[in-house]
Design a binder for this molecule. Structure first.
Ligand SMILES: NC(=O)c1ccc[n+]([C@@H]2O[C@H](COP(=O)([O-])OP(=O)(O)OC[C@H]3O[C@@H](n4cnc5c(N)ncnc54)[C@H](O)[C@@H]3O)[C@@H](O)[C@H]2O)c1
Length: 254
């Protein structure tokens, strides 16, 4: 594999989840040292161990991204160990899987929507805030935020999640305006349905399948590398064509 990220340090939040672990592995395979940050020590260790067993460099870090004091500590740990952080992947997030619920907005509670906004939107803001200063100082940075097709299209019974991911899309664009002058790229990825390790048949996409975490990870690696140096403030949808609209015809015509 091409070592596009050699000499770079990446912080990846939500490192031990389905997509997070694939991102960590891919960034490390391309030469980055990866701080695997996750809410549970177990998940952080799992991501770091996956990297190390493949010969890469990883540091597990437990963090709750909704706690700015813990996020600051995560940044200090990363900087203390590696000197600088060039790549920040704000991947921690979620909704139904995490909170075990899908519900009409009228039935949701303020406590739940605050938690969803805190995890997805405020967590992203907090991590950026903790690491942006040193990126500006070094005149280099790649910030990649995980949004969702929910931001553009909305998802039924996930008003809070859709709003949080929409906020991530908007913050990506606004921040890109502010920090482009410091050679910092800010981009956003909007996945559609990404299954476990392997794709599963899915009629909601034009490819007839769900996405795989490694496919999202490949896009992250591209945005983290200098191959995407002229791309900023952009939303990168990765959804098998789902946002193009509903399928009305059977896929096989002959
Ligand atoms: N899987 C999909 O189909 C899909 C689609 C669109 C967007 N996304 C987005 O991609 C990202 C990753 O999704 P996933 O499917 O891998 O999720 P996942 O639930 O498999 O993993 C999430 C990870 O984040 C960690 N986490 C949870 N709360 C945290 C906190 N407060 N601080 C730090 N870490 C925390 C969890 O421990 C877990 O390891 C999320 O932002 C999600 O919203 C996923």
């Amino acid at each position: 594999m091409e070592m596009r990220l050699k000499g770079k340090t990446a912080v990846v939040t939500g490192a031990g989840g389905r997509i997070g672990i694939a991102i960590c592995s891919r960034l490390a395979a391309e030469g980055a040292a990866v701080v695997c940050a996750d809410l549970t020590r177990e998940n952080a260790e799992k991501a770091a161990e996956t990297i190390r067993s493949a010969g890469g460099c990883a540091l597990p870090c437990r963090v709750d991204v909704t706690r700015s004091d813990e996020v600051r500590l995560m940044a200090e740990t990363a900087l203390g160990n590696f000197g600088s952080v060039e790549i920040l992947v704000n991947n921690a997030g979620g909704s139904a899987g995490l909170f075990r619920r899908l519900s009409r907005f009228e039935n949701t509670t303020e406590e739940i929507w605050r938690r969803v906004i805190d995890l997805n939107l405020n967590g992203t803001l907090s991590c950026i805030h903790a690491l942006l200063g040193q990126m500006i100082e070094h005149q280099y940075g790649k910030i990649i935020n995980m949004s969702s097709v929910a931001a553009e299209k909305g998802i039924l019974d996930r008003v809070d999640y859709s709003a949080a991911k929409g906020g991530i899309l908007s913050l990506t664009r606004a921040l890109a305006l502010e920090v482009g002058q410091y050679n910092i790229n800010v981009n956003c990825i909007s996945p559609g349905m990404i299954a476990g390790a392997a794709a599963i048949p899915h009629q909601g996409t034009w490819l007839g399948r769900s996405g795989e975490p490694r496919e999202v990870a490949a896009l992250v690696a591209f945005l983290a590398s200098d191959d995407s140096g002229f791309i900023t403030g952009d939303n990168h949808t990765i959804d098998g064509g789902r946002v193009l609209g509903v399928r009305f015809h059977p896929r096989k015509e002959k």
